[in-house]
Design a protein around this ligand. Structure first.
Ligand code: NAD
Ligand code: ZN
Length: 256
């Protein structure tokens, strides 16, 4: 990691009144959760684009639930890393809002791990794309947390709604579905109010989530990117740290 850039980044973080962090799959890579871009994105020959859609669920809910059971299993065996933990600590102190595209729940777990005196609710992220550990009813639209074991052998064992009996689906945003409008508005407000947006581990190609970073810039704030690779946002970032999140993020936030 470039020490000069890190130092300049640290100064900007320290000077910022209000911060927003936009995170993507890369922030969880060092926790052992694969991103959608590597080889591990493939599951039984299927690509996420073929499984994470309303049509795929209508056609074959067993297949889609089996994929989610597999992803849950992977995540259940992983833990927050130093990047999640550093972000949670600073967010609990009140100066930072965490906005994530991840569905793995690791930012939330990092918040749970904070000391009892910490403001854990402030450390919880806005989960723009939902969560692997929540379900939504395809009949009555009720949502609830869901961490119990999944049984996905066949259609008769899939989880069903306690109220109306209809099939439950993962409470995640699939390709072609809109994001929760009020959640998105809260995220945009935080981005517009922030003088610094930390963009961590996202390829910044999925909209409108990636637009959050540009909102900060248009409102006169700056962008600080942490990603081992260049992204479309690199061009408008004041500083790009080409380093893994678990190394760069705690180093940026130390003392904050
Ligand atoms: P992406 O897979 O498109 O991009 C990941 C980015 O992380 C890349 O730019 C890569 O260079 C970077 N990266 C890889 N290792 C890193 C590290 N150690 N530190 C920092 N950066 C690193 O992910 P995305 O931009 O989040 O978009 C993919 C979509 O897929 C999202 O909508 C998300 O909901 C979903 N998804 C979520 C998870 C999860 O919850 N963990 C995992 C895979 C995909
Ligand atoms: Zn229902």
């Amino acid at each position: 990691m470039d020490r000069g850039r890190l130092e300049r980044g640290r100064q900007r973080v320290a000077a910022a009144r209000s911060l927003v962090a936009l995170t993507g799959a890369g922030v969880s890579a060092e926790s052992g959760v694969p991103t959608f871009r590597g080889e591990e994105a493939l599951w039984e020959r299927f690509r996420p684009e073929e499984l994470a859609t309303p049509q795929a669920f209508r056609d074959d809910p067993v297949r889609v639930w089996r994929w989610y059971a597999w992803r849950r299993d992977r995540v259940a065996r992983s833990a927050p890393n130093a990047a999640h933990r550093a972000l949670a600590r600073v967010a609990a102190a009140g100066r930072l809002t965490i906005v994530t595209q991840n569905v793995d729940g690791l930012h939330g777990l990092a918040a749970d791990e904070l000391d009892a005196e910490a403001d854990r609710s402030r450390a919880r992220p806005l989960e723009l794309h939902g969560s692997l550990f929540r379900v939504r009813c395809t009949g009555c639209d009720r949502r609830r947390p869901h961490r119990e074991p999944l049984r996905v052998e066949d259609a008769s064992t899939l989880p069903r709604c306690r109220s109306c009996g209809a099939l439950l689906r993962p409470d995640v945003v699939w390709f072609g579905e809109p994001l929760d409008a009020s959640l998105l508005e809260t995220a945009y407000e935080a981005a517009a109010a922030a003088d610094l947006c930390l963009v961590v581990g996202t390829s910044a190609v999925v909209h409108p989530a990636a637009g959050i970073a540009t909102v900060t810039v248009r409102a006169g704030g700056e962008l600080l990117e942490v990603n081992p690779e260049a992204t479309p946002l690199s061009a408008i970032a004041t500083i790009s740290l080409r380093a893994p999140a678990a190394e760069a993020v705690p180093a940026l936030l130390v003392g904050s």
